[in-house]
Design a protein around this ligand. Sequence first.
Ligand code: EPZ
Length: 436
Amino acid sequence: MSAEGQPILEIWGRASLRGEVQISGAKNSALVLMAGALLCPGDCRLRNVPSLVDITRMSQILTALGVKLNQNNDVLEIDARQINPTKAPYDVVSQLRASFFVIGPLLTRLGMARVPLPGGCAIGARPVDLHVRGLQAMGANVRIESGMVHANVTGKNGKLKGAKIYLDYPSVGATETLIMAATLAEGETKIENAAQEPEVVDLANFCCQMGARISGAGTNTIVITGVEQLHSVNYAVIPDRIEAGTFLVAGAITHSEISLAPVIPQHLAPVIAKLHEMGCRVVTQERDRLQIIPGELRATDIETLPYPGFPTDMQAQFMALLSLSEGDSAISETVFENRFRHAAELNRMGADIRLKGNHALIRGVPFLSGAPVMATDLRASAALVLAGLAAEGKTIVQGLHHLDRGYDNLEGKLQQLGAKLQRINPQSRAEDFRRS
Ligand code: EPZ
């Protein structure tokens, strides 16, 4: 649809923020926990679920599979007693890659699954070969035909078998798929070179509360011993470390002192370390509150890595911040192959960023100028909002459907902190046009 048919975000720059912002539940945990609920032939309650388009899409996928869902604010009641493993709808899967997470639970609980192969997205090809090879190692037959992944388990009792699996890359999604698949498999599964992200640990804790036997989550070796059946659970999703990191950058880029809660400070260790290097201070108050104290921004270098390295999901936000930092910085994006599309939009605002392969060379400038810019993916949209808060004048951000996938009421939370921005919907824009 053409841009004029879409809402825009109008941001007035040189914002000064103050106060405290509430951090929502983690998108990248809630999505996989929703898939994990398929493991249990009973009721699961998920609390602290963020209000996001991606969550709505995952709910549509589960409903299509026969799950009964009831959402009440941030509480999701999931009844997966009756499910059909072949009904994941292509049109929704194509918009939500995370829907592929259903393959592990369906396969291990029912012995078969038919899930559309997720496509790529703006930041990369996003293959699922590590997921598939791991499931094959556990005894699954997997074939891909006309964009559909057909998987089934042969053998007399139709159960997956525990296996020793080495991941060529510590893929978050592949680790999570294989943890879920192994919970009901026969025998022991050992995942080596596993992802260590907090969302992987959250999934392991969720599955253990359902009666699964998992050890080593959060390290690079995870051992799962299969059990017969899992039972109901009432579980709270961890706070979103990327939303929290985004607000820390909002404080740093507008030279504002703000607090955020709840957070798990350890999950933000690499982000906090970089902010300290750049001249800011981040103070932990009580157990689950952070306060950022801004400083004169200095250049630094960043390399995105699997956890506990610097998170790729914070790369775009830091590129905006480094654009206004004194000196020359370099960012190396080692996780995804095409995650620099926000650079051109930041340059339209006066940033000085040059790209060379998976490196971005950033020369700090004294100020950015507001401009109409186009978001290209989820974290790029956040970076453009942050740049607009700091810039001189007005910034118009288009492509808000990216933002709405992964941030729970970002503009409302920023308005509460004193930022001047508003979402303008197409019909009101058309009325303004007619009146003008
Ligand atoms: C998860 O994606 C997150 N999404 C991403 O967040 C996050 O950027 C990423 O982990 C890395 O931390 C969710 O959790 C829903 P990967 P995922 O598998 O699981 C390659 C956001 O902005 N790879 O760790 O897809 C892959 O191509 C999103 O919230 C294979 O080659 O990430 C990539 O280069 C963006 N084969 C690298 O591994 C596979 O089978 C890391 O991908 C799987 C992955």
